[in-house]
Design a protein around this ligand. Structure first.
Ligand code: G
Ligand code: G
Ligand code: MN
Ligand code: NA
Length: 253
């Protein structure tokens, strides 16, 4: 395929970049983390968006290489912020096939060593689909990753088939409430009730709760009041180049 050839080229020539979206403390708006989001741009314009090229990378087998590139960039950035600014945890998205690839854990382990990434400084965002597939082997791998000091985050929570009671079986540190819920909390009473229940249950299980896609003050107020500790969304900042996030970090140091 056309995208596949271009993607090989982009990997070889560094047309790819990670952008970073701030996660803020719901109490005071301070940056306490960032989600890395892959961008493929020329002159500031998207060539393709991740929803187009990640599936191509998965189908063509390029995902292991692309995934390693992403992890390496995130680890390099983490070390740089630790040395030059202040350490903030970085969350990296991992696609299902990337996660199941035999090279995944060895790559992760080696990169943690190479860039001297401490416990809690790296978090992986996985969807329910990724965590539910693969049975015991997946469960063991998830445990191993956490024992390595890497946090696990359940991404897009609420869009899959997971029942609330199943939450206790997922070995995750963080739960990210999908932006479709966040969008509706202030307009739909049922969504508000469900979201309150999700946050309360997650907190009672000792998990950090992040709301994604926060765009308005009303949403932020609702979520903060419901007990959500971290907020992420255009209200605080869109995904931005590392240099831009650095200016924020400098300003809030
Ligand atoms: O915000 P954005 O449009 O970039 O993200 C679209 C989708 O692409 C999201 O579901 C996000 O999780 C995914 N995505 C973004 N960056 C990466 C990445 O580095 N690796 C993987 N596997 N998925 C990513
Ligand atoms: O699936 P995942 O949660 O990784 O997807 C992240 C995606 O959400 C990225 O494409 C990012 O650009 C997008 N995003 C981040 N903040 C907002 C927001 O406030 N509103 C909307 N509509 N999208 C957002
Ligand atoms: Mn994500
Ligand atoms: Na998400």
């Amino acid at each position: 395929r056309n995208i596949e050839r271009s993607l090989r080229d982009a990997l070889a020539h560094d047309t790819l970049a990670l952008h970073y979206q701030p996660m803020v403390d719901a109490r005071n708006g301070c940056i306490v983390g960032a989600e890395a989001l892959l961008r493929w741009q020329v002159d500031g314009h998207d060539v393709f968006v991740p929803d187009q090229f990640i599936p191509v990378a998965e189908d063509s087998g390029l995902i292991a290489e692309l995934g390693e590139w992403v992890l390496r960039q995130a680890c390099m950035q983490s070390r740089q912020w630790r040395q030059r600014q202040r350490a903030i945890p970085i969350s990296v998205n991992v696609s299902p096939l990337q996660f199941r690839h035999e090279r995944f854990y060895p790559q992760l382990d080696a990169l943690m060593d190479a860039y001297d990434i401490g416990p809690g400084q790296l978090e992986l965002e996985l969807t329910e689909r990724t965590m539910m597939a693969g049975g015991d082997a997946t469960a063991r791998l998830l445990q191993r990753i956490r024992q390595r000091g890497v946090r696990l985050s359940l991404d897009d929570f609420g869009t899959g088939y997971c029942s609330l009671s199943y939450l206790k079986h997922f070995p995750v540190d963080t739960l990210k409430i999908d932006r479709s819920f966040v969008h509706d909390v202030v307009v739909d009473a049922d969504t508000a009730a469900i979201t309150r229940a999700i946050v309360a249950m997650a907190r009672s299980l000792g998990k950090t709760v992040v709301a994604e896609g926060v765009e308005t003050a009303a949403q932020a107020d609702f979520l903060h009041e419901a007990g959500c500790t971290l907020l992420q969304g255009f209200r605080y900042g869109a995904p931005m180049p590392a240099a831009e996030l650095e200016r924020w970090l400098a300003a809030s140091a």
